[in-house]
Write a protein that binds this ligand. Structure first.
Ligand code: BES
Ligand code: ZN
Length: 952
């Protein structure tokens, strides 16, 4: 058992003063990075009109690629030279870049899309050195007269040393220049280069995206720099703290140039466009795009807002929703941060090929099409929610992340976690009727609890020296960074510590001041620092156990598989947290009290972690569990909706970790026949989903189906009634979600009435493909259900519609549903399609494989496919930051036999050479999960049978 448990007085005031406190947030957070804060004062270009003439033909001339011979010195045995390390030395500081890039939007004689570039960077020497290291990846350089890869000149009066040797170091991604003499401290120098790179379809650096427009193939040249791909577009000091000013010129087909994005017309000669110099900024936030797009625009408080997309998408009005919501969200954040938007314009652009969901490039945010484009006739309310939240997330980064930037990637959690928290506030402003803040519990708390309860989890904050290689950086973009911060720190603590001053030391100190000035009491001997460190520096979270018989309360590190406790790394805080608790007793809110108080005992029911404001699970003594079950089955409304969802989730997870038995967990779902709210249903379905994964290939399956079918019947009838036989749309946002759940579950558990309904809609659509009778909210579920029930004809129709879709959001619904067929041969064909970029875009490959694996029939097919093609998938699809871990976790999530565990370990061993890149942690997580599943299945089959046999 863990040690002390603390609750302070302030915990009763959770949920207060967000308005007042929030205004100070950015100031507080800025302080964390005080050394890194962008000065953003107007800096004139150090070397405005450059006189340097690069040895390369410039535009207007031929499109021939310069002849390039780049010496690459092979990496030999491990050495400790500066160029063998991944981090830049602290000798040089970039000030200003002048970059000209020329992407070719047609293939060259060798059949390649390429770009050429010339660039110079002015940097200051801050420590004496005779070595220049600058990042460069997959670029080839034209040699200068002296046979070197770059030209060095001095801007001051000190003479410039000559270059002794220059080469590329591919492993650490450096261009290396050894000098014959030292650079002088305080002096500025200029480094010129001329280079060529491939404009590949690899979704990283300067890359190409392709789409069809009226039968014609169109190429977009676009960028994705985060975290370490700016060096793939031009040589640069590619670390976030190396902020500089950029002056960028693009060469493109002549046209009207609109600020930061080019519009391409069909003539073939090229002309240059120079953009205003940027603010002082990090390389990972740069973006430049050449495209034949249209846009719509508006202004909000002098900020020009534009939405760019394919011409057809703009003509169809798909950008309107984003345009309408951006202004209000920007205004909200200006107020929230108490700082005006830092740029004169805000461009947002939808790209057909894009790795992540969206990227917060400063002033030019890039999105995949599904994350920005909305059409009321095609998009569901869930698509709309995604667009509103993702816009809010990326706009939040314009201040926190872009203006104030992390020093090194180990601080990524603060950047992404903070944006992930305030995205809900911004989206709530855009759509106040949705009560979207409540959904944090389902979207984040549950999501992160699942991984943070594994012994292979990790603390939020990593040591700077542990994060070096690009793949280690990519691996940081995980649920812990995104969701744990949102669930633990910001939701709980910013709400809890009231603060409103502007003292600059660091975030925790700042909060401490506020606590002091408001007289909020902390547990004896604790400070904000000591409380927060426990959440940031140790992994995992506690389960708090309340025993109403003895009055005892204690906490313990919650591990999904208690048998893994031995492999948990030691923690300086012994896995003890300081946990703020809000609670209620017999339906009455209890204020500002200590749970150790003797009032905990008694006959009445107790419910802790009210509205899930804390990042922990709660367990009770058996008698209190029985009282809570009793409340659920007699008057469930006395427990707040969020807590009904939480009780179910806690019970199921406590059962998995063997704190309570599985039968008790299953009994929390018995009252669902009376439940009409979305959150408890969704929580129960998420948890039962695990039972399905474990049992849908076993004899228990039939019992489970019968039980769930019985439970969902009244919900299905409820929606049939309130939608007047499926002709209306329910009013509430979450009611619309729950309607989808009702249909999904009723159909998948075999309710005939439901299946007839969905099959009927789909076949009506097949008869007249121009008239889709299915409401956008219901499409994913209806398509899936009809394709699952159907054969080749239904699948082929779905595939044709997928290829013909004019909005990505519709294509995505079909892409998901095509994985629902029960025909193995269709699933195998579909798997093959995933690695053919002309059929399934690269950005969608891994998620499509995961969809197929989620289907019980597709599971083993997808696993075989992934194992078989691993080295191809790894090299061709390796760039994505989220995609690899999602792929590995997704394909193995059903694993629950010794045989599967053996195969998984074999897979790990077989590919140790190729590696798993940003999916490395996912492989160990999968092994841990499978081991726990094996044990769980053996122990729990019986409970499921028993539950089914005892109808309430
Ligand atoms: N900065 C990220 C995008 C990113 C992630 C780039 C990983 C490179 C590697 C962006 O701000 C982000 O978090 N995007 C999310 C959406 C958000 C709503 C959680 C995404 O892409 O899914
Ligand atoms: Zn982000």
């Amino acid at each position: 058992m863990g040690g002390g448990f603390y609750i302070s007085k302030f915990v009763g005031v959770v949920g207060i003063v967000f308005g007042a406190g929030a205004v100070a947030t950015v100031i507080a957070l800025a302080v964390v990075y005080s050394q890194e804060v962008a000065k953003n004062e107007a800096v004139s270009p150090t070397n405005g009109g450059s006189t340097v003439k690069p040895p390369v033909t410039t535009p207007g001339g031929s499109t021939v690629v310069p002849q390039v011979t780049t010496p690459v010195i092979p990496t030999t045995a491990p050495s400790n030279e500066a160029w063998d390390k991944y981090r830049l030395p602290d000798t040089l500081k970039p000030e200003h870049y002048n970059l000209t890039l020329w992407p070719r939007l047609t293939v060259n004689a060798q059949g390649l899309y390429i770009f050429t570039g010339k660039s110079y960077v002015v940097f200051q020497c801050v420590k004496e050195t005779d070595l220049i290291l600058i990042h460069s990846n997959k670029l080839n350089y034209t040699k200068w007269g002296d046979d070197h890869l770059a030209k060095l000149s001095a801007l001051g009066s000190t003479p410039v040393p000559t270059i002794k040797k220059s080469w590329l170091q591919p492993t650490t991604q450096f261009l290396v220049l050894e000098l014959n003499g030292k650079l002088a401290v305080g002096e500025s120098y200029q480094l010129d280069t001329v280079f060529v790179g491939e404009l590949a379809d690899d979704l990283g650096g300067f890359y190409r995206s392709v789409y069809l427009e009226e039968g014609e193939e169109k190429v977009v040249a676009t960028t994705q720099m985060q975290p370490t791909d700016a060096r793939k577009a031009f040589p640069c000091f590619d670390e976030p703290a190396m902020k500089a000013i950029f002056h960028i010129t693009l060469l493109h087909p002549p046209t009207t140039v609109k600020c930061c994005i080019m519009i391409l017309n069909k003539t073939s000669s090229y002309c240059p466009t120079s953009f205003d110099e940027t603010k002082k900024m990090s390389t990972y936030l740069l973006a430049f795009i050449v495209s034949d797009y249209d846009y719509i625009n508006s202004t909000s408080d002098n900020v020009l807002i534009r939405i760019y997309a394919r011409k057809k998408a703009i003509a169809d009005g798909q950008g309107e929703y984003a345009l309408n919501k951006t202004g209000p969200i920007l205004k909200f954040f200006e107020k929230y941060y108490n700082a005006t938007y830092p740029l004169p314009k805000s461009d947002q652009i939808a790209l057909p090929d894009f790795n992540a969901g969206a990227m917060e490039n400063w002033g030019l945010i890039t999105y995949r099409e599904t994350a920005l484009l909305y059409d009321p006739n095609m998009s569901s309310n869930s698509n709309k929610e995604r667009i509103a939240t993702i816009i809010a997330h990326e706009l939040a980064h314009m201040w926190f992340g872009n203006l104030v930037t992390l020093r090194w990637w180990n601080d990524l959690w603060l950047n992404e976690g903070f944006a992930s928290y305030v995205e809900y506030l911004g989206a709530n402003e855009a759509e106040p009727d949705w009560n979207i803040k409540d959904l944090i519990v389902l979207g984040d708390v549950h999501r992160v609890f699942a991984v943070d309860a594994l012994a292979s989890s990790h603390p939020l904050s990593s040591k700077e020296e542990d994060i070096q290689k690009p793949e280690q950086i990519s691996e940081l973009f995980d649920a812990i960074s995104y969701s744990k911060v949102r669930s633990s720190i910001f939701s709980t603590y910013l709400n809890t510590f009231a603060y409103d001053n502007t003292v600059y030391t660091d975030l925790w100190d700042h909060l401490q001041m506020a606590v002091n000035s408001t007289g909020t009491s902390l547990p004896t001997g604790q400070t904000v620092h000591s409380i927060m460190n426990r959440w940031v520096l140790q992994m995992g979270f506690p389960v708090v156990t309340i025993n109403t018989a003895t009055g005892m309360i204690n906490q313990q590190h919650f591990l999904l598989d208690p048998a893994t406790a031995g492999s948990v790394p030691p923690s300086d805080f012994s896995y003890v947290w300081i946990v703020p608790i809000r609670w209620m007793k017999t339906g009455l809110l209890q204020k500002q009290t200590w749970l150790e108080d003797k009032t905990v005992t008694g006959e009445s029911w107790i419910l802790a972690n009210l509205n899930v404001s804390g990042y922990y699970r709660v367990n009770y003594d058996n008698a209190n569990w029985e009282r809570l079950l009793n409340v659920l089955s007699s008057h469930h409304e006395s427990i707040p909706v969020i807590n009904r969802a939480q009780l179910v989730d806690d019970a199921f997870n406590l059962a998995r970790a063997k704190y309570i038995n599985t039968t008790l967990a299953l009994r929390t779902t018995k009252y669902l026949r009376r439940e009409r709210e979305y959150m408890p249903w969704e929580s129960a379905l998420d948890n039962l989903d695990f039972f399905y994964l474990m049992f849908d290939r076993s004899e228990v399956y039939g019992d489970m189906q019968a039980y769930l079918k019985y439970q969902v019947e009244p919900l299905f009838k409820h929606f049939e009634n309130i939608t007047r036989n499926w002709t209306d749309v329910p009013n509430g946002h979450t009611d619309q979600y729950n309607q989808v759940n009702a249909i999904r579950v009723a159909c998948s558990t075999g309710m005939e009435e439901c299946q007839t309904l969905t099959k009927g809609w789909y076949s009506q659509w097949m008869k007249d493909s121009a008239k889709n009778p299915i409401h956008p909210n219901l499409r994913t579920t209806v398509y899936c259900s009809a394709i699952a029930a159907g054969g080749a004809a239904e699948w082929e129709f779905g595939w044709t519609q997928f290829k013909a879709a004019t909005i990505a959001i519709e294509a995505d619904k079909l892409r998901f549903a095509l994985a629902c067929t029960k025909q193995p041969w269709l699933l195998n064909k579909y798997l093959e399609y995933t690695l053919d970029a002309t059929k399934i875009r690269k950005q969608d490959a891994t998620s499509t494989i995961v969809y197929i694996a989620s289907n019980v029939v597709g599971q083993s097919l997808a696993w075989d496919f992934m194992r078989d093609r691993w080295s191809y998938i790894f090299t061709q699809y390796g760039g994505g930051s989220f995609s690899f871990s999602n792929l590995i976790n997704g394909v193995t999530k059903r694993f629950s036999t010794e045989f599967e565990l053996k195969q998984l370990k074999q897979f790990q061993a077989d590919n140790s050479e190729v590696g798993f890149g940003s999916g490395t942690l996912a492989v160990s997580q999968s092994i841990e999960r499978t081991t726990a599943n094996i044990k769980w299945v053996a122990e729990n089959k019986k409970s499921v049978q028993e539950c089914k046999n005892s109808k309430p």
